[in-house]
Design a protein around this ligand. Structure first.
Ligand SMILES: [Zn+2]
Length: 217
């Protein structure tokens, strides 16, 4: 069992990411346990590596070409916001609108008019607007789909190919939202999974690349 916040362990680059802030609403601060199920660390990581062809083999261990491969691998992943602060984790919480206990199927990140970035290579499979999600963008990364909700602006069109760090929208407060934030949901083959798994994958990928580069310099 992993506590929701524990997944985001220390990293010098994204130290602020540790700050799992309880939301303003009551109940959100209660600690939520997550079952390390079918997207468990090892299996999930192996799958994510399968999504990215360049992840299948380790870069050469020496030389400029080897360094460049580690740099490219580092750049193949990206957090969705430049500053990552979790307002509300994935799991059961008190719904801010109804006050009832309800499953929160994504992660809420603090945001203020920020660019929302593609976390890796992928395609835009849906853009739209509805009463719940507001303006939203859905990206496909292999078997995973990621949606970004409550946007103020959508910057991509359906069918577009995105690279890591491409801005796909601007955060906002559209739809069923009590204040500006970025709601991220993630599905694997249609089944809801905790987006923290992807954030953790990004963190470990980057750490691995930095360690390899440090060793080569
Ligand atoms: Zn949310």
């Amino acid at each position: 069992m992993l506590a929701a916040g524990v997944i985001m362990t220390t990293t010098p680059l994204f130290a602020q990411f540790n700050t799992v802030m309880p939301g303003r609403t009551t109940g959100v601060s209660e600690s939520v346990s997550l079952k390390d199920d079918d997207m468990g660390n090892r299996q999930g990581k192996a799958f994510m590596e399968g999504c990215l062809s360049e992840e299948k083999s380790a870069p050469a261990s020496s030389g400029e070409a080897g360094k460049e491969k580690w740099v490219q691998r580092y750049l193949s992943v990206c957090y969705p916001l430049r500053k990552m602060k979790v307002n509300s984790p994935y799991g059961y919480r008190t719904d801010p609108f109804t006050g009832k206990r309800k499953f929160h199927n994504g992660i809420d990140l603090h945001a203020r008019g920020d660019k929302v970035l593609a976390m890796m290579e992928g395609t835009v499979i849906k853009v739209g607007q509805d009463r719940a999600s507001g303006k939203y963008v859905v990206l496909r990364h292999g078997e995973f789909t990621v949606s970004y909700c409550h946007l103020s602006r959508i910057l991509v069109g359906k069918g577009a190919v995105v690279r890591p760090r491409d801005a796909v929208g601007i955060t906002g407060n559209t739809g069923r939202s009590t204040g500006e934030h970025l709601h991220i949901t993630c599905r694997r083959n249609g089944k809801s999974v905790n987006p923290a798994k992807i954030f953790n994958y990004i963190k470990t990928t980057r750490e691995k690349c930095l360690a390899a580069l440090a060793e080569m310099s």
